[in-house]
Design a protein. Structure first.
Length: 279
């Protein structure tokens, strides 16, 4: 499978200290790739680097074998759509108007949408299930619906790669599942490469094909959820004790937190982290 992104020994800093330090990785076309780690580990900075919002001081990031620093923003935005952690709208757009903003990279030299633009916008709204909301204003819809509008706007760019920075942070568990089910469907049906940062280890384990665990600007582990979500890795990176066992339905690693009051009981639990992984 071809590479969507390659990073080779990249370093980045805002002021004096490196926030990304000597990172290398490969993201394949069609991947659902999750980036996890504590606050301040460099997740958001890394997404901004691969979106070309920032340029690394050292190293190289390639998009389909082309150095990303050589690509113009308009050219890049036709391939890559980036959704930041805080997405908002300056005006009380209707849903259809908000989604139409995704067509801007394709409208160079044109002031108004053409029939193709309108079709792309309609298809994007239908795909994420908000076509019935098209005439509602952004201020009159729920948080989950607004997040769908933001995803539809990103899809209206007609990207091959969707980059999202913690898209479900402010949503309740029901809306989180809605968004991740939608992203999984887009990945499977539309062959969209998805790169996402997230805090919830269990969501990452359930939905992502591969995970990258970051800590203090470096990669602590990279691989499948089975390879990355281990008690040892979580203890070393997050500094807390957990139990990692097998999800009863999905079969993926499942993380359970342990309170200080119950920590002593863990030694009596008849499971081993290695046993179920070999089953």
């Amino acid at each position: 499978m071809k590479s969507a992104y390659k990073a080779n020994n990249i370093y980045f800093k805002y002021t004096d200290n490196w926030v990304i330090e000597d990172i290398s990785f490969n993201i394949r076309d069609g991947d659902f790739f999750g980036i996890i780690g504590p606050n301040g580990s460099g997740k958001s900075s890394l997404l901004k680097l691969i979106s070309r919002i920032y340029i690394p001081q050292k190293g190289r990031i390639s998009l389909r074998e082309t150095d990303i620093s050589l690509l113009g923003r308009d050219e890049l935005s036709k391939t890559v759509s980036y959704v930041p952690q805080e997405s908002s709208f300056l005006f009380p757009y209707t849903v259809a108007e908000a989604v139409s903003l995704g067509r801007i990279p394709h409208m160079k030299g044109r002031l108004f949408e053409n029939s193709h633009d309108q079709k792309v916008v309609t298809d994007a709204m239908r795909l994420v299930g908000i076509d019935t909301l098209r005439d509602r204003t952004i201020t009159d819809i729920s948080g989950g619906e607004k997040q769908r509008v933001i995803i539809a706007r990103a899809l209206a760019q007609e990207p091959d790669i969707l980059i999202m920075d913690e898209p479900t942070t402010s949503l309740d568990i029901g809306h989180q599942l809605e968004i991740f089910n939608l992203l999984s469907r887009l990945n499977t049906e539309k062959k969209l490469t998805i790169i996402i940062s997230l805090h919830d280890l269990n969501l990452g384990s359930l939905y992502c094909h591969r995970l990258m665990l970051m800590n203090m600007g470096r990669i602590s582990a990279i691989g499948t959820p089975l390879e990355v979500i281990t008690e040892k890795n979580i203890r070393e990176v997050y500094g807390c004790n957990v139990i990692v066992d097998k999800h009863p339905v999905a079969g993926t690693p499942r993380v359970s937190l342990i309170s200080e009051d119950n920590a002593f009981q863990c030694y009596d639990i008849p499971h081993t982290n290695a046993a179920w992984r070999k089953s």
